[in-house]
Design a protein around this ligand. Structure first.
Ligand SMILES: O=C(O)[C@H](O)[C@@H](O)[C@H](O)[C@H](O)CO
Ligand SMILES: [Mg+2]
Length: 396
């Protein structure tokens, strides 16, 4: 048995930026055991880098001294301790990263990748969809040109947000702009590529319904977060008035919260994020919950290369997988380099990496050299979650 002896949050940054402001920083968690084993996890940065960094230190108090080989027991104990876990994104993402690192350690001890610890893989290659590819795209032509490049690289599905700066409400002009962009992408990629529409949870139900009616003729495979995250009533209304698939899940932070959406039939494609749902321990339960209700899984995978590695492990064991989100080809180089060349996208697929634990080898030297003091992100007119350079209308 190995006791958890050290938990270290590491904030990594580089001058080369990510496709969205909040993706320019990575928060890595390094867990060390009394017998010298090391495991890595990743937390979600968003606008809360300092808060997450500090929360990892607080959550660590509940994990240090515990058995590294018992992530389930440790999660249950922390669930008992942290009265606000189900309401705190910071606690959820800190707990998730520590949990991942524990599974990494167990895998390394047993000499097996995580997928083997969880029943084995159901596929050797993970089908992925592209995101982050449309930086600086404003006009329909911009979108079409970039979409063609994505397809040329071998992707069979791509996601984008065609709504520019529209927020809460959309008017005729906004609908027209969104439609022209979607139409241009559909014409550019043909009918055999899946188009996924990202709303970033920013519309009221009536506007989201208007959008669905307007875009359904382009056969989007799903509509992601069409209404504000906490607007369950709005989502029910959207469900009643539209027939397109709903995708959501990146902001869910517990199993029971997820159960509400799944059991009420409010989601077709569930997008849990292994860096805030509760790591591997809760992630595996969410996969089964979805399976029981015939809901497909497409892990949210928008931050860094460690998240990507865990998402690949878990996609390997998921019978009800739709696709895994992927930024790999649009990551800044430093994020790709944190993991040695093992998660390349080829023909729209990533081979399941099979090194012990996380499945890939981490460039520890690079991680050390990218360490910075945590600091606040600047707030600009274009929100941090937007793919950069797209928060503009193209008609005057
Ligand atoms: O589904 C997603 O991936 C998310 O909603 C985001 O994480 C954004 O797309 C990201 O901010 C763009 O870089
Ligand atoms: Mg999203």
């Amino acid at each position: 048995m190995a006791k958890i002896s050290e938990i270290e949050p590491l904030v990594l940054a580089h001058t080369e930026k990510g496709s969205a402001t909040w993706a320019s920083v990575m928060i890595v968690v390094k867990v060390v055991t009394s017998n010298g084993m090391v495991g890595y996890g990743e937390s979600v940065p968003t606008l809360r880098v300092i808060n997450v960094y500090n929360t990892i230190k607080q959550v660590s108090k509940g994990y240090i001294g515990k058995e590294a080989e018992e992530p389930e027991e440790n999660y249950q104990e922390w669930y008992k301790q942290d009265f606000y876990l189900a309401r705190s994104f910071e606690s959820a993402t800190a707990t998730s990263a520590i949990d991942q690192a524990l599974w990494d350690i167990v895998g390394k001890e047993l000499g097996a990748p995580i997928y083997k610890l969880l029943g084995g893989k159901v596929r050797d290659k993970i089908p992925v969809y592209a995101n982050g590819w449309y930086q600086d795209a404003i006009t329909p032509e911009d979108f079409a040109e970039k979409a063609k490049e994505v397809v040329k690289r071998g992707y069979k599905a791509l996601k984008f947000d065609p709504f520019g700066p529209y927020y809460n409400w959309i008017d005729e002009k906004g609908l027209k702009e969104a439609e022209e962009r979607v139409k241009a992408v559909r014409e550019a990629v043909g009918n055999d590529v899946d188009i996924l529409i990202e709303h970033h949870g920013r519309f009221n139900a009536d506007s989201a319904i208007l959008i669905a009616k307007r875009l359904e003729k382009y056969n989007p495979m799903f509509m992601e977060e069409p209404v504000h995250h906490e607007d369950i009533e709005g989502l029910r209304k959207y469900r009643q008035h539209t027939s397109l698939n709903i995708a959501l899940g990146e902001r869910l932070i517990s199993l029971k919260e997820t159960a509400v959406y799944v059991s009420e039939g409010l989601v077709n494609i569930l997008q849990p994020d292994l860096c805030n749902i509760g790591g591997i321990t809760v992630g595996r339960k969410v996969i089964s919950l979805a399976e029981a209700f015939d809901v497909e899984i497409a892990f949210h995978n928008a931050f860094g290369s460690i998240q990507n590695a865990y998402s690949l492990q878990m996609s390997a064991i998921t019978p009800n997988l739709y696709l895994l989100e992927n930024f790999y080809d649009w990551f800044p180089q430093w994020k790709r380099d944190i993991v040695f060349d093992e998660t390349k996208v080829e023909n729209g697929h990533v081979k399941v990496p099979d090194k012990p634990g996380i499945g890939v080898s981490i460039n520890e030297k690079l991680v050390e050299s990218l360490k910075v003091e945590p600091k606040e992100l600047e707030v600009q007119e274009e929100p941090v979650w937007v793919v950069k350079g797209t928060w503009k209308k193209y008609l005057t």
